[in-house]
Every structure is written in structure tokens, then in C-alpha cells.
Write a protein that binds this ligand. Structure first.
Ligand SMILES: C[S@@+](CC[C@H](N)C(=O)[O-])C[C@H]1O[C@@H](n2cnc3c(N)ncnc32)[C@H](O)[C@@H]1O
Length: 237
């Protein structure tokens, strides 16, 4: 079987924050599968890599509906995993692109569960969103003996509190729709001065909040919003 499947992390948003290897492979693909969150909406991952895609590459956009039931989501993952395996069986070079890094909070992992470790599979790492946010916000992540946790704000408030109490540095992903609860928790734990929030990092629409106690309670956040907390760093620095 000469076909090959590449899962490629395309980075946080800026087109030049993809790895050299990722960009080279994208330019050599027969087929590119690009995920989109909403039906009819363009794929952000595809927009990021557009300049590297050859005119000969067939692009297929798949809708991974974030609000769908578990069964509906599983049906799409089954279908896409099967389609990717069929492409490889037919000797094609196929790529699946995903935002940030492919192995962190990524749709790709649901496909990997169905595909498994294979000799014809290569996973290309990407710049994860929190690395980009730390760099753009000039706010370090963990150092030396400090600990760091990465957690989604979709967990219970108890779990969030436990995580914030236990670690020096915490990356809070998926803040969208939960800002008020998270902000109240950070206030209660006296962590607001150590918390920085960034939306759409490295995209032209990037926004950064260094003082979350001052941000508007009506604030409509984009889906790509993350808070970094570092107990050893003040965001006013
Ligand atoms: C499904 S996860 C994807 C994570 C991705 N695999 C990574 O390595 O960063 C989506 C979450 O990642 C974070 N995120 C991704 N890109 C971002 C960006 N450019 N700016 C801010 N947060 C981002 C947000 O917390 C968002 O809710």
C-alpha cells in the first residue's frame, strides 16, 4: 500500500506559524480533508493553509458539528475515518488538518481512536494555541519545579477550582460562553492579576485582555478564547 495519511497541526491562526514540514506535505497531497465547525462555514484550518495547497489537490470540507448529539458526532467520525482509510488503500496521499496541535483537544484524536497506530500514518505537530498566546501576551508558562495544567472550562466548577489551586500555571481552554463563571472563580481565588485572556491569537482579529476585572460583563467572546494563569507572573508587568 503506497498511500499515506498525514494528520497535520496547522498552528493557532497565522499562516506562517505552521511547521516547514507541515507546509511541504500539504503542497504534495492528493486530497486534503479540512474540518469546519458550522455547516456552510469556511474551514479556518483550510484558510490558514490555503497558500500551501497545490491546484492539483482535491479539498474536502467536513462539518464536525460541535453541538450535535454523541451519536451524530460518532457517525461523522466513523464516516471520515473510513474515508481516510479508503484514500490510503487507493494509494493516495491524504492529509487531515487541524488547528493548533493535532494531539491536544482536537477532532483528529476522535479519528485516531478509529484508525489506530499505522505504518502509513504520520502525525505532524503544530504550534499549540497556548504557546502562541504565551508568546503574543509575553507571559511565560511553567518554569523549573513549577507545575502546569491544561484544562477545558467545560468541566465542573469544582474541577476548575481544584486545578487552579493545585498548579502554578493553568491554561483554561474553551472559555467561550463561560467567561462570567470563570472570572468569578478567578476573583474568589485572588488570581485575576495573574490571568491574561486572548482571543483569536495570531489572527488579524486578535484581542488581549490583561485586566479581567475590568472587562465588560456583556463581552461577546469568539470561540477561540483562552485564559492563561501564572501565579508567578503579574499581567501588569
Ligand atoms: C478544540 S480546541 C483546539 C485546540 C488546538 N488543538 C490547540 O492545540 O490549541 C479549541 C480551543 O483552543 C483554544 N484556541 C485555539 N486557537 C486559539 C487562538 N488562535 N486563540 C485563542 N485560543 C485558541 C480556545 O480555547 C478554543 O476554545
Amino acid at each position: 500500500m503506497d498511500g499515506k495519511l498525514y494528520a497535520i497541526g496547522v498552528g493557532p491562526g497565522a499562516s506562517d506559524l505552521i511547521t516547514v514540514r507541515g507546509a511541504r506535505i500539504i503542497g504534495e497531497l492528493d486530497v486534503l480533508y479540512a474540518p469546519a465547525g458550522k455547516k456552510g462555514a469556511p474551514s479556518l484550518a483550510h484558510t490558514i493553509v490555503q497558500e500551501y495547497v497545490s491546484a492539483k489537490t482535491e479539498v474536502r470540507t467536513y462539518h464536525f458539528l460541535m453541538q450535535a448529539s454523541a451519536d451524530d458526532k460518532a457517525a461523522v467520525w466513523d464516516e471520515v475515518a473510513q474515508a481516510l482509510k479508503d484514500e490510503v488503500k487507493n494509494g493516495r496521499k491524504v492529509g487531515f488538518i487541524t488547528l493548533g496541535d493535532a494531539m491536544l483537544f482536537s477532532t483528529w484524536v476522535s479519528l485516531l481512536e478509529r484508525i489506530g497506530r499505522q505504518p502509513w500514518l504520520e502525525i505532524v505537530p503544530g504550534v499549540t494555541s497556548f504557546a502562541a498566546i504565551a508568546a503574543r501576551g509575553v507571559m511565560p508558562l511553567a518554569m523549573e519545579t513549577q507545575t502546569m495544567a491544561v484544562i477545558s472550562c467545560t468541566v465542573s466548577e469544582d474541577e476548575l477550582e481544584q486545578t487552579l489551586r493545585s498548579h502554578d500555571c493553568v491554561v483554561l481552554m474553551k472559555v467561550y460562553g463561560r467567561l462570567e463563571q470563570v472570572r468569578a472563580l478567578l476573583h474568589r481565588l485572588n488570581l485575576l492579576e495573574h490571568a491574561l485572556m486572548m482571543a483569536d491569537a495570531t489572527l488579524p482579529t486578535e484581542q488581549c485582555w490583561r485586566d479581567l476585572s475590568q472587562s465588560d460583563s456583556e463581552l461577546k467572546l469568539p470561540y477561540f478564547s483562552t485564559i492563561l494563569v501564572n501565579k508567578h507572573w503579574n499581567t501588569s508587568r
